[in-house]
Design a protein around this ligand. Structure first.
Ligand code: NDP
Length: 309
């Protein structure tokens, strides 16, 4: 009998039906992809936060919930979800994140803004320093943080990365733990936050930690809005202590029209577009996890429900 793979996201169905069906077939799986099914017959559930599915209790036969999103903060605490939960690690999503981070880091490093918007036609021949003179710190050394760090290191930026547990990433200075955080922040001319949202990372950038940054540091946040205490950041931006913040993610999305970030001269807002899950490559990741589940092999990218990521 074919496997039943539930895809309970009506709005995403048109975009995902063909690539997922193709990936399941390419993976040699006899599987039926369905936008709706009797819960008792479902073998795997593909999930995105837009799904109306909140109660997983009737899915007694399901072997895993496979998230299309890398960040799982909206589902990880769901107590009705007792089967394994896997998050998305999509090579094309990683590629997109590297491009967003490198692009925005170079914008600030090269001081591009003053040449792009120069109404006074000022001839200012000040040359930016070399990348090797501009230390970057990345909070989070997972799939995305490590890839972004290595891309920046390849351009000669001295990159320090910080994670919960000690790590070794070639080309990067790796720090961990609370003391490591303070050291990592103290050198960050450019700070990139690529942490998941968990109770341990919420407001990790607050008045105390922002004060550790070098004067005029630039912050790039493509991680999650809740990593930042917004009031503390606005105060640091107003004072010029933080030179600029380029923010892709927010506590409330879409960012409300009257939020001070929209009009602050030292803030750039991008609308949660740093890195998208790309259907073709992500569908292959979903299919590979179903193949693993059926072969009795460990799932890829399984979320640790206690850690929260
Ligand atoms: P990973 O799970 O691979 O990596 C998470 C990293 O954060 C790990 O290095 C982990 O440490 C570290 N970390 C977690 N908690 C703490 C803590 N309390 N203290 C210190 N370090 C901590 O995640 P990804 O790299 O794949 O993704 C990171 C985040 O990026 C996602 O959770 C999501 O929020 C965001 N994202 C944003 C997108 C966008 O378009 N804006 C797109 C995709 C993702 P350790 O290595 O020790 O476990």
């Amino acid at each position: 009998m074919p496997l039943t793979v539930l895809f309970p996201m009506p709005a995403l169905w048109p975009e995902w039906q063909a690539p997922l069906t193709a990936a399941l077939a390419e993976g040699g799986l006899d599987a039926r992809l369905a936008p709706e099914a009797d819960p008792a017959t479902v073998d795997y559930i593909v999930y995105a936060p837009s799904s109306p599915l909140q109660d997983f209790t009737p899915y007694t036969r399901a072997r895993a919930v496979l998230s299309l999103w890398a960040g799982v903060e909206r589902i990880v605490g769901n107590e009705t979800l007792t089967m394994p939960l896997c998050r998305m690690v999509d090579p094309a999503l990683t590629e997109g994140m590297v491009e967003w981070v490198v692009g925005h880091a170079l914008r600030h490093h090269l001081g591009m803004d003053r040449h792009i918007v120069n109404p006074g036609h000022v001839w200012d021949p000040t040359c930016p320093p070399l990348a090797r003179e501009r230390p970057v710190t990345i909070l989070g050394l997972g799939e995305l943080g490590a890839a972004c760090g290595q891309a920046l290191a390849a351009l000669n930026f001295p990159v320090t990365g910080w994670s919960r547990t000690p790590k070794q990433v070639p080309g990067l200075t790796c720090l961990s733990g609370p003391e490591g955080l303070d050291r990592a922040l103290s050198t960050a001319a450019i700070l990139v936050t690529l942490l998941p949202r968990t109770p341990g990372t919420e407001n990790i950038l607050d008045a105390r930690t922002l004060a550790l940054l070098p004067e005029g540091a630039v912050i790039l946040n493509p991680g999650r809005g809740a990593l930042i205490d917004d009031e503390a950041l606005l105060a640091a931006l107003d004072a010029g202590r933080v030179g600029h913040a380029t923010l892709d993610v927010f506590r409330v999305e879409p960012l409300p029209g009257d939020h001070p970030y929209w009009t602050h001269p030292r803030v750039t807002v991008t609308p949660h577009i740093a890195a998208d899950t790309r259907t073709a490559s992500a569908a292959r990741v979903v299919a590979e996890n179903i193949r693993r589940g059926e072969a009795g092999e460990p799932f890829l990218h399984r979320v640790d429900r206690v850690r929260g990521y």
